[in-house]
Structures are given as C-alpha cells and as structure tokens.
Design a protein around this ligand. Structure first.
Ligand code: NAD
Length: 328
C-alpha cells in the first residue's frame, strides 16, 4: 500500500478522503508543511498539502531525501510551492477547480454583508438593540463591478453580479469572449466594487498598491477571495482610513500562513496590520473559507485521489503543475 502524508489537516478534510482513499495508507498531520515538518515525510511515497503549507526549496530537498515522489496539492493555487526547486525532484499535481461557485458565492456573501452591515445588525439585534442608524447601504443594481481575472471563479462571480443587475467590467491578462474588457486603470477608475480573481505570481504581487488605490473612486467596495499578497496591506489600511474604500471583504491576507486555520483567540497576535484590519467595522475577514462547501470538499478529494492513482499507475498527469505555468 502506498503511503501518503497529509499536512494541515482538519476534520472536514478527512470526511471524503477516509471514504475515497481507502487503498492508501494515510497519515493525517495537523502540522503545516514547512522545511522543519518535512522530516515527517520519511518513508512516505507522496505528500498532500494545502494553501498555507510553505513548500520552499529546503522543504522540497528534505522531502526528496525522505523518498517522496509526488506533491499532491489539494487546492488550485500553487504560489506557496517553489516550482523551480521542485523540478527534477518532485512532481506536483493540483486540483484546478473544485467549485468556482463556492468561492464566487462567498465573494457575494462578503459584499452583501459589508454593504448592508449584516454583521453589525446581527450583533445589535442579539442585544435587543433595534436601531438601524448607521446601517445604510447602497443598491447594487446598476452599479459597476470590476472583475480582475475572468477565469473559472471570476466568471461565476460575474454571473452572480449580472443577476443583481450590475454592469460588469473586466481585466485579464488573457481576455476571453463575453466580457467587456478594459485596462486595469479604467477598471480601477470606473468600478464601484472591485473583486480579485487572478492568481498570485511575481507579476501580480501587490497588484493593488498605493498607486492603484489612488486611481479608485471614493467609496469603493474591495473584495479579495484570491490571494492576500495581491494587495499591499499597508496601502489597503490607508485606503480604508482616507475613505477611498467603503469597505473591504477579505478571505485572504498576505501573512495568513502564520495564523489561518488555527485558533489564536487566547494569544496576542503579533501582527499590527492584521489587528487594525480586523478592528475596523467596515472590514470583514474570513479565514480562507470561501472554498468550504460540501461539494468542494468532495471534488477536492475525488480529484486528488485520481491524481494519486494516475501517478502510481504511471499514467499521464493531467493536473500536473509545470514550471512553465508557475509564472501565470
Ligand atoms: P483560473 O485559472 O480559472 O482563472 C484565473 C484568471 O486570472 C485567468 O483568466 C488568467 O488569465 C487570469 N490572470 C492570470 N494572471 C493575471 C494577471 N496578472 N492579471 C490579470 N489576470 C490574470 O483560476 P480560478 O479557478 O478562477 O481561481 C482564481 C484564484 O482564486 C486562484 O488563483 C486562487 O488564488 C483563488 N482561490 C481561492 C480560493 C478560496 O478559498 N479563497 C479557492 C480557490 C481558488
């Protein structure tokens, strides 16, 4: 039986893998994968990692020396893997799409909550405070949403926005039919809502920096369910402070790997930017949960097991990540 080491596992990860991967011997580690915990992979044939595992050159070297042949990511993004270092040592597979709808629906959830202050209304009415002062939102109908990245998730989010009667503008490195594409500058200038759905790469790192925020209208809603480092968090705080942003709905944060998926409620979190963001009433931060639906968890397990089966059967790996695509 082939042995697979899972990292950063939570109870919800096991639900489907326990059923679909019975033909593997699985060790579920709660630890995140990094250069230190990579020593746990000794004797394993493959490793299954998630979004906040840090698979740098040292971690890859260690896994390689431990005999690991395959890194099976149970996620779509792979910006946390040093693909140059993996070349010739580990093959890397991923789950390119598990439910674009899950992420798109969560993105709209963030927008609706922020706009109509549902998070504040919930707390008020639980306290029998039935005042609605300070809860005024805007109609989304006929407003302009700017979608950056019109792949699977951006496309699903655009459909939802069109259902709300919104005008959809788009920016993508590789434009496709059925969108009104504009330059990034035009999108930033004209949008009432801006939503990020492109991958993180060297090129897109801090795509929304101070200069980008300066181009936006006053009172924009910013949504990021993609990757934290697409936004310069310090510039984001300034944009919230100076009124450029009406609110920010974030499912990701550039330093999330240190905190997300764990309970830090009993410790003083040493990240002032994160603390300032969370403390603002017009910021909603969820801990990388946009994917978390029953359907997505099933799809993740099904495709990951198929990726493992194909690898061990010597079949072509249709979900392999290659260095060539790592820059995208
Ligand atoms: P996708 O590959 O289908 O689409 C990405 C789109 O971005 C493509 O159209 C591509 O051309 C475009 N793009 C690439 N580089 C760009 C750039 N520099 N500027 C503008 N556009 C660019 O990916 P997807 O399935 O839609 O996922 C999008 C992102 O969502 C992923 O990269 C991942 O980071 C994130 N994601 C988050 C969660 C979550 O739970 N929060 C879950 C899944 C995926």
């Amino acid at each position: 039986m082939k042995k697979i080491a899972f990292f950063d596992t939570k109870p919800y990860d096991r639900t489907w893998f326990d059923i679909l991967a019975k033909h593997y011997e699985i060790a579920y580690f709660e630890e995140k994968l990094n250069r230190h915990t990579a020593t746990l992979t000794d004797g394993f044939d493959a490793v299954c990692a998630f979004v906040n595992d840090r698979v740098d050159a040292a971690a890859i070297d260690r896994m390689h020396r431990c005999g690991v042949q395959l890194l099976a990511l149970r996620c779509a993004g792979f910006s946390n893997v040093d693909m140059q270092a993996a070349a010739g040592k580990l093959r890397v597979v991923r789950v390119p799409a598990y439910s674009p709808h899950a992420v798109a629906e969560h993105t709209m959830g963030l927008l609706l909550t922020l706009n109509r202050r549902l998070h504040r209304a919930y707390i008020r009415t639980r306290d029998f405070n039935f005042s609605i002062v300070g809860l005024t939102g805007i109609d989304l109908y006929k407003k302009t949403v700017g979608i950056i990245g019109t792949g699977r998730i951006g496309r699903a989010f655009a459909e939802i926005c069109r259902g709300f009667g919104m005008r959809v503008l788009a920016y993508d490195k590789y434009p496709a039919p059925d969108f009104e594409y504009v330059s990034l500058d035009t999108l930033l200038r004209e949008s009432d809502v801006i939503s990020l759905h492109c991958p993180l790469s060297e090129e897109s790192y801090h795509m929304l920096d101070r200069k980008a925020f300066d181009k936006m209208k006053k009172g924009v809603f910013l949504l990021n369910t993609s990757r934290g480092a697409l936004i310069d968090s310090e510039a984001l705080l300034d944009a919230l402070n100076n009124g450029t942003l009406r609110g920010a709905g974030l499912d990701v944060y550039e330093e999330e790997a240190k905190f997300f998926f764990e309970d830090h409620s009993d410790t003083a979190v040493q990240d002032d930017t994160l603390a300032l963001l969370i403390s603002r009433p017009n910021v909603i931060l969820t801990a990388h949960q946009a994917f978390l639906t029953e359907e997505a968890l099933y799809n993740i397990a099904e495709v990951t097991v198929q990726n493992l089966d194909d690898f061990f059967a010597g079949k072509p790996l249709k979900n392999e990540v290659c260095i060539r695509c790592a820059g995208n």
